[in-house]
Design a protein around this ligand. Structure first.
Ligand code: MN
Length: 495
């Protein structure tokens, strides 16, 4: 009867034992008591002595397990905002009630000046900083400077900025997780903010004055740093908390790095042809185009897709499977370009790479709608490999020092959000997206139902949708059911 436990029941499909009867009774009881529970009933009859788990049951057990563990991992943790609202981005206006009631998390806030205080007062792990700086000098390659000659920073200033951005990352890590190695007298700072996800405002006050946060954002989101492979620490650019939370969902469901990006441009087949002469192929052709995912260097380096699976195929791996070769390859294929001083007067370095191979990806976005509450959008698709000269032509029209991914959502040509890539762009709820490796839309839907967040748009096949059994009592259309059930049960941790 504890409403905070996440419930799933497998009823064995057998003739000698009443698994189905047990399952149906349990689910009816839970429905009657207002406790959503997932029901799993195998398709084929099994003999009484058959201890195997059929594939259809396995799929549901694992989907339930991944989503339930993700929800449980968030509970009791924090979102740490460093700074506040970024430019005109409403996604960075924190709604503490939403985070408390829907996710069981709390909001911790520090002013960006805390980073400067720690730098000036020496409140960081000095040995770790030296190690990080030596690593950055050895493995993070500085890229070309796009600024006009008269604006470029001197070599001396650039070197100082390297030290600054590395120190900034060391400090943000401490802010999120704490660090027992902070100097004597810093017992409070040693504790950290128990953050499972965070956000850094950056624009405009910080970046107008200090080097930007791209180095810290890109690397904390990656599955490695100077300590070797390590769990990605989700950090949202521009303190876009709603995108940070989407990234967190993706990370917890996949154990992989997740990419933060602007959903910046829709390129139709015609537009690509007009400016480059190239005729789209494959998934991009099926979707009549693709979306340009690009943001100042906040994208996890894993999305250069330079890790290799057992067959040598390029991929994005769970962080614990990353090898030294994978890490080296991601770093070798990324440059750190002096920031565009038009955007970022304080300088810094933007990570720059291109996702030049096709892998499955899922883009998601959490939005808050006044009067309705939170809603989630999900688009499964593929990264698109364009010929190099086409990539160059298109990329140079926007910021050529930022990481670049072409993404074709899986579209079906039917009326609605997934008619074409244009319709996905045109229906997307905000300027950012959180992009995870693989086709994980079904897992996200299951997690969203646990959190009582309705999904307002997705391209997941209907037979993969797995929600608590009582959702079926809310009508016959899956989408309407979801809205009505989420409204009926309300947030999991409602105060
Ligand atoms: Mn952005």
């Amino acid at each position: 009867m504890d409403k905070h436990t996440i419930k799933g029941v497998w009823g064995f499909n057998g003739t000698e034992r009443p698994g189905a009867v047990y399952l149906a009774a349990v689910l009816a009881g839970h429905a009657q008591k207002g406790l959503p529970a997932f029901g799993i009933y195998g398709h084929e009859v099994q003999d009484a002595d058959d201890t195997s788990i059929p594939d259809d049951v396995k799929e549901k057990l694992l989907r339930f397990g991944r989503a339930a563990v993700a929800a449980a991992q968030m509970r009791g943790k924090s979102y740490l905002q460093i700074g506040s609202i970024c430019m005109g981005i409403a996604g960075s206006i924190i709604d503490s009630n939403f985070i408390e009631e829907y996710l069981g998390m709390r909001v911790e806030s520090v002013d960006e000046v805390e980073i400067i205080r720690r730098m000036e007062k020496g409140i960081y792990d000095h040995a770790e900083y030296e190690k990080a700086l030596a690593w950055a000098k050895a493995y993070c390659k500085e890229g070309f400077d796009k600024n006009p000659d008269f604006m470029q920073n001197s070599r001396e200033v650039k070197d100082e900025q390297w030290e600054f951005v590395v120190k900034m990352m060391v400090i943000i890590k401490d802010l999120m997780k704490g660090n027992q190695n902070l100097p004597e007298g810093c017992e409070e700072e040693r504790v950290g903010h128990n953050a499972i996800v965070g956000g850094f405002q950056g624009q405009r006050q910080w970046t107008d004055f200090y080097p930007n946060g791209d180095f810290a954002e890109a690397l904390l989101n990656s599955s490695f740093d100077w300590t070797g492979k390590r769990e990605p620490m989700v950090l949202a650019t521009e303190n876009d908390v709603l995108n940070g939370l989407g990234m967190l969902f993706g990370k917890l469901l996949t154990n992989r790095a997740v990419m933060f990006s602007d959903v910046r441009t829709y390129w139709s087949g015609n537009a690509v042809k007009r400016v480059s002469g190239y005729e789209l192929e494959g998934h991009a052709k099926e979707a009549d185009g693709f979306l340009h995912l690009i943001n100042s260097g906040a994208s996890a380096l894993d999305f250069s897709c330079q890790a290799r699976d057992g067959s040598g195929i390029r991929t994005i791996k769970p962080w614990f499977d990353m090898t030294e070769d994978d890490i080296k390859a991601c770093l070798d294929n990324t440059t750190w370009n002096p920031a565009d001083l038009g955007y970022f007067r304080g300088g810094g370095y933007s990570s720059r790479f291109v996702t030049d191979t096709e892998v499955p990806m899922t883009m998601m976005r959490l939005n808050l709608v006044k009067g309705l509450g939170p809603v989630l959008q999900i688009a499964e698709g593929y990264s698109v490999k364009l010929p190099t000269e086409v990539t160059e032509k298109l990329w140079k029209r926007t910021d050529y020092t930022w990481p670049c991914t072409w993404f074709a959502p899986r579209c079906d040509g039917k009326e609605g959000m997934f008619k074409s890539a244009y319709d996905v762009m045109n229906n997307w709820g905000a300027n950012h997206g959180a992009i995870a490796y693989g086709h994980i839309g079904a897992d996200i839907i299951t997690l969203a139902s646990i959190l009582r967040i309705p999904v307002c748009g997705h391209n997941v096949p209907e037979d993969k949708i797995f929600r608590p059994a009582c959702w079926n009592a809310f009508g016959m259309d899956k989408e309407g059911q979801d809205f009505r059930a989420c409204q009926n049960y309300g947030p999991l941790y409602k105060l």
